[in-house]
Design a protein around this ligand. Structure first.
Ligand code: N01
Length: 483
């Protein structure tokens, strides 16, 4: 007998908003989202550092059902993305299904349903859980002696204090990932002095970021077909130029990316000593590729300094390097990235026969096609472990994943099963195939990055995006167990 399913969603970021809208569209209106913050937006709510933007073109980083003629730039700034998410959520009245300020602490499977508890003591139950908790969510704080001793202001890029004035102050930034590379050129002209503490140099992919003209936006508004075509064109360019390249370290596309990065360094960094200190000793794209039109410009400003001597410790006045030099600072920015192995944790998740997610993932997180982990029926992840992460539109990824999950739910809705879960054998076989394939990617060519797991294997989808679409077009019933 057909039955209605109650869906619990964790997180009201991009993927949580998507879940509510798509659940309703497929006839599952009984949805509640639990969001620990008091506002939706996820990564775009949290990352408010100066210069924050998405390095995936905005017309690609948009929901397929909500194209946006108003994007101001090819790569629009973070606050504009937050506004977009809020506007889409408002249009679909997502808020009516969101419980804000409720941090989920426990999820327990009783053999038929999931039981949820929040920090404030709310309990709820549902047939299905969709974890939309994000990948880059838990800030990673560096293990540097004396970090707590700094007398000025310390903040992580993902915990930026927008009320803190920077004008005329001495600012230090630790890290050279995408967050730091965007922050440097944005603040350098405002601050008195900027010290960038680089442990590892980065290749920087140049990318122009033109604004859309009023005429272009008017044309997009007038003819939605134009936006559709633009989306298809950018998607094609992105696949050919990027996602097909990074999964094949020897590809022509990879060579082109490397050449572009090298030419950027050679052509735009003028002082030979600085140029050499900014030159990485690994292949471009090995670390998650950093895209910037103006980082080199920023770091060459007279009040900017690249510090390549290792950090010894933090003191009340600033950062002391190994050679004993003290860099005096008023503000210390930790652009030190995220703990990427967390996913829904620290939520205590207990699945079949008392199995906890911490135990299941004791070695490392894994999931069949990044969606479902054996022992955790009816728990599905959007942007879960080992999925396509690098320089892709995670909105597109989440849409593909949601449509796949919707198909997994069909037997449940038809009353043919109470639960469905990836099987052990299929998950192990997939993991083995994925691990072998990951060796062909540029991420495995000899550098340290957040893409690598404890074994040094890239924690990412190692085939191209089309392969992901193809494999997620329809679930393979033999890969799943049902009850
Ligand atoms: O973090 P990261 P991020 N001492 O992990 C350094 C997405 N994102 O926030 O390379 C000294 O890349 C560390 O050094 P090393 C995107 O997916 C996207 O910048 O390990 N340094 C590294 O330089 C991105 O990849 C966008 O030697 C220390 C840096 O900190 C992901 O978020 C914008 C250290 C961390 O770099 C994360 O980017 C922003 C220590 N103890 C973010 N510990 C766009 O779309 C760490 N580091 C543009």
């Amino acid at each position: 007998m057909a039955r209605d399913l109650r869906v619990l969603v964790i997180g009201a970021g991009m993927a949580g908003i998507l879940s509510v809208i798509r659940c309703r569209q497929i006839g599952l209106p009984d949805v509640t989202v639990y969001e620990k913050a008091d506002r939706l937006g996820g990564t775009w709510r949290e990352n408010r550092y100066p210069g924050v933007a998405c390095d995936v073109p905005s017309h690609l980083y948009s929901y397929s059902f909500a194209p946006n003629p108003e994007w101001t730039h090819r790569f629009s700034p973070g606050p504009e993305i937050q506004e977009y998410l809020e506007a889409v959520a408002a249009e679909y009245d997502v808020d009516r299904d969101v419980r804000y300020g409720e941090e989920v602490t426990d999820l327990r499977w009783d053999g038929r349903r999931w039981h949820l508890r929040t920090a404030s003591g709310i309990v709820d139950e549902g047939d299905v859980v969709i974890a939309a908790t994000g990948v880059l969510h838990h800030p990673s704080y560096p293990d540097i002696d004396g970090l707590g001793d700094f007398a000025g202001t310390t903040m992580h890029t993902a915990r930026w204090d927008e009320s803190l004035p920077l004008a005329g102050r001495r600012v230090g930034i630790i890290g050279t990932g995408s967050s730091a590379i965007q922050t440097v050129p944005t603040i350098v002209d405002e601050v008195a002095h900027l010290s960038l503490f680089q442990r590892t140099a980065q290749w920087v992919m140049p990318a122009e970021n033109p604004a859309y003209t009023e005429e272009e936006k008017a044309a997009f508004r007038a003819d939605p077909g134009l936006l559709h075509t633009l989306h298809a064109e950018i998607s094609e360019l992105f696949s050919n130029g990027f996602s097909d390249a990074v999964v094949d370290a020897d590809s022509e596309g990879m060579r082109r990316i490397e050449e572009a990065c090298r030419a950027n360094l050679e052509g735009n960094v003028h002082d030979p000593d600085l140029r050499e200190r900014l030159r990485p000793d690994y292949r471009a794209g090995c670390k998650r590729l950093v895209v910037s039109p103006n980082f080199y410009d920023g770091i060459q400003r007279p009040n900017a300094e690249l510090v390549t001597e290792p950090i010894d410790r933090i003191e009340a006045e600033g950062v002391r390097t190994a050679a004993g030099h003290l860099h005096e600072l008023d503000v210390l920015v930790l652009a030190t990235g995220f703990r990427v192995d967390r996913f829904l944790r620290p939520i205590q998740v207990v699945g079949t026969d008392g199995l906890t997610l911490d135990d299941a993932w004791a070695r490392r997180p894994s999931a069949y096609l990044s969606i479902s982990t054996p022992g955790f029926p009816n728990l599905f992840m959007l942007n879960g472990p080992n999925g396509p992460v690098g320089n892709f539109s995670l909105i597109e990824v989440a849409e593909v994943q949601f449509d796949y999950i919707a198909q997994l739910l069909e037997p449940l809705r038809a009353g043919e099963a109470t639960w469905v879960c990836a099987g052990e054998a299929a998950t192990d076989a997939f993991e083995e195939e994925r691990t072998i394939q990951a060796d062909n990617t540029v991420w495995a060519t000899g550098c340290n990055s957040w893409y690598l797991d404890d074994r040094g294997v890239p924690m990412a989808w190692p085939w191209n995006f089309q392969e992901y679409r193809d494999r997620l077009a329809a679930p393979d019933p033999t890969a799943y167990v049902r009850g």
